[in-house]
Write a new protein. Structure first.
Length: 139
């Protein structure tokens, strides 16, 4: 759910398993998944068309590299075990505080669409020799 959706209202049942509210789901990955809730951003800029500096929105270029990497690793570092409630992570947060990686960082045996692309990138020579390179450098 968390990797194929933008938002879902989630609560936990008595076994701490997630329960989703079917009437409050945004399916698929849209802009707000990575840039955060944007209603206030739209409202502000409609009212102030002369303002060219973005307000009330996550500006990804201003984040640290680790924050940017964590934003992609949310869905591209293999199956992760949740520590906190699903959909509570937003870009800018530290991913390890929300979920734990399921297997060793550079396991190539599990490389498929659900594999650990983040771990493989981190293990690569290019990554280790750069302090700038992130997922967007290539994609
Ligand atoms: C999977 C995550 C993701 C999604 C979904 C996404 N973006 Fe982005 N967006 C990024 C990243 C990462 C950057 C920074 C790229 C870079 O390194 O310059 C970015 C940059 C931008 C920027 C430039 C300003 C900035 O913050 O650097 C704009 C504007 C933008 N995105 C708009 C959108 C819109 C509109 C949508 C939906 C149609 C969208 N994005 C969907 C990840 C995403
Ligand atoms: C909320 C979950 C989520 C986040 C965050 C996310 N992705 Fe994805 N990404 C997906 C899913 C799901 C697919 C597969 C879509 C499909 O195959 O229909 C995908 C596909 C991709 C693909 C294509 C892979 C292929 O095999 O064709 C690339 C490249 C990619 N993502 C890069 C990124 C980058 C870079 C970021 C961070 C800026 C990012 N993604 C963040 C969920 C996410």
């Amino acid at each position: 759910m968390e990797c194929h959706g933008t938002y879902a209202k989630v609560e936990e049942d008595e076994n701490n398993e997630p329960v989703y509210d079917k009437t409050q789901i945004i399916f698929g990955i849209d802009c707000e998944r990575c840039h955060g809730p944007a209603a206030d951003h739209v409202a502000f800029h409609k009212e102030h068309p002369e303002e060219k500096n973005p307000k009330n929105i996550i500006i990804i270029k201003q984040l640290t590299r680790q924050q940017r990497l964590d934003g992609c690793a949310l869905c591209h570092s293999g199956f992760r075990q949740a520590i906190q409630q699903r959909f509570s992570f937003t870009i800018g947060d530290s991913l390890d505080a929300y979920s734990m990686a399921g297997y060793s960082s550079d396991s190539i045996s599990t490389l498929d669409v659900h594999g650990n692309q983040y771990g493989l990138l981190m293990s690569s020579k290019c990554f280790k020799m750069s302090n700038q390179l992130d997922c967007s450098s290539l994609h």
